[in-house]
Design a protein around this ligand. Structure first.
Ligand SMILES: Cc1cc2nc3c(=O)[nH]c(=O)nc-3n(C[C@H](O)[C@H](O)[C@H](O)COP(=O)(O)O)c2cc1C
Ligand code: SF4
Length: 436
């Protein structure tokens, strides 16, 4: 029996931009239902569904929506985070490419719930074609009366705008994203205040990920209880996971949360199909560069937010990067750290300087005899300082891979620090007459 599920991917139509085709496949029934329901009823279904934000932080969507509903200040804005900058993550692109109308339906439902002034989709700068695709989909929704004046006969005037990112990973962080949308430098804001209170243009704002919004019509249609049932008791529904690296089958797979293991995902024929070339698995990196890495001894962990957390891992963005036995842990960690040096916005010291110091130490590991035990201590100190003192999530999670590697691949890492170091005897230099 297949372990795949198709809550999100079931109505993929041949022409993703055709409103009539989408309607024939059941599209906009959720929007029509929502137009007749109270905001409280819709939010109650999302809460029952236990939908956790799919952008990486896993914040409960129902609580976020409820918080914004209780805020009386207007206007309110809806923002969809389509920055998708996390390496190894390409599931939002699939949604925007193959089911843009379902995503837009979710963003329109949010607009109705909060009587919002407008919606924005902040799309990764490199997804230029996708941006045009979404603009075409929005145009078709205007023609069909789902956007513009008096949408779906609800009395609300509502439009959705596309904003292009410019290739900065930090702009995926929700407050940096809002700054960038406003035309400011894409650097994170101090929180609190919460974005639900002081968000876009300093007004109350909802920020959710593409996959989170796409789940809204699914929940409204099937009901929160059925959605919860399809997934894990702590987090309902499905997750789009992105398999890449040294597996035979790479791609996006929709899986029920809590019902498959990491072993299934990497080795089952209908998912990863095992390691390329018959080589052995060395490790997997979950949730993007900001996530932890795990080893073969964790393969029986169930893929759910709760189970992965217990194992020191995380769902994050849904990325699963698989590496075979030929990959050296320090070399891999160097690549991760170079990414964070490149993407650090430079606003705070722990992240801006910490990542550079980490790389210096990791580079010493490639030179026989250059690394020393005290470097290992510095590495551990940097991990804790950067996690605790960085201003935003980028710096706070930049050391997640290193931290987990220090736990699971201790022997390999310690080998570089202890076995190769050659103590040089300088004592003769200090003999009388040798050093002036
Ligand atoms: C450095 C950084 C990059 C992020 N990039 C993304 C991103 O590309 N897409 C995304 O949806 N969330 C991203 N996030 C998470 C967002 O800040 C935020 O939690 C998310 O958009 C909320 O939506 P959700 O609750 O539906 O997941 C990022 C966070 C950080 C710290
Ligand atoms: S942790 Fe600091 S330097 Fe790094 S991206 Fe965030 S604000 Fe910028």
């Amino acid at each position: 029996m297949s372990k795949l599920i198709n809550l999100l991917t079931k109505d993929i139509i041949s022409d993703p931009l055709s409103v009539t085709e989408y309607e024939k496949a059941g599209g906009f029934t959720a929007l029509k239902k929502a137009a007749k329901s109270s905001p409280e009823d819709i939010i109650s279904e999302i809460k029952k569904a236990k939908l956790l934000g799919r952008g990486g932080a896993a914040y409960p969507a129902g609580s976020k929506w409820e918080h914004l509903l209780h805020i009386t200040e207007t206007p309110k804005y809806i923002v969809c985070n389509a920055d998708e900058g996390e390496p190894g993550t390409f599931k939002d692109r699939l949604i925007m490419d193959k089911m843009p109308l379902k995503l837009l339906e979710g963003i329109i439902i949010a607009g109705l719930v909060f009587k919002a002034k407008a919606g924005y989709i902040y799309v990764r700068g490199e997804y230029r074609k996708i941006q045009h695709h979404l603009i075409a989909a929005i145009k078709n929704l205007h023609a069909a009366g789902y956007l513009g004046k008096n949408i779906a006969g609800s009395g609300l005037d509502y439009d959705i705008h596309i904003i292009s990112g410019a290739g900065a990973y930090v702009c995926g962080e929700n407050s940096a994203l809002l700054n960038s949308t406003e035309g400011k430098v894409g650097r994170p804001r101090i929180k609190p205040p919460h974005l639900a209170e002081v968000g876009l243009f300093l007004h109350p704002t909802l920020v959710n990920n593409v996959e989170s919004f796409t789940n809204i019509p699914v929940i409204v249609n099937m009901g929160g209880d059925a959605y919860l049932e399809a997934g894990h008791p702590d987090s309902g529904g499905s997750k789009l996971v992105c398999l890449s690296g040294h597996v035979n089958n790479r791609g996006v797979f929709e899986i029920p949360l809590g019902k498959v293991t990491l072993r299934d995902l990497i080795f089952d024929e209908e998912f990863g199909g095992g390691i390329k070339g018959g080589r052995k698995l060395k490790f997997f990196h979950l949730g993007g560069q900001s996530g932890a890495i795990g080893g073969a001894h964790q393969l029986d962990t169930i893929y759910s937010y709760a189970d992965l957390r217990k194992a020191g891992l995380s769902v994050g963005s849904g990325a699963i990067v698989v590496m075979d036995e030929s990959v050296s842990i320090p070399e891999y960690l160097k690549g991760v750290t170079e990414f964070f040096i490149h993407e650090s916005c430079g606003k705070c010291v722990p992240c801006r300087e910490g990542n550079v110091q980490l790389l210096k130490i990791l580079e010493r590991l490639s030179v026989p005899g250059a690394a020393h035990q005290h470097d290992l201590n510095t590495l551990n100190r940097l991990v804790h300082t950067m996690t605790g003192a960085s201003f935003c999530g980028l710096g706070q999670t930049a050391t997640a891979a290193l931290h987990s590697a220090l736990k699971h691949f201790k022997t390999e890492i310690e080998y570089y620090f202890t076995q190769q170091y050659i103590e040089i005897d300088y004592s003769h230099l200090h003999k009388e007459g040798a050093v002036r």
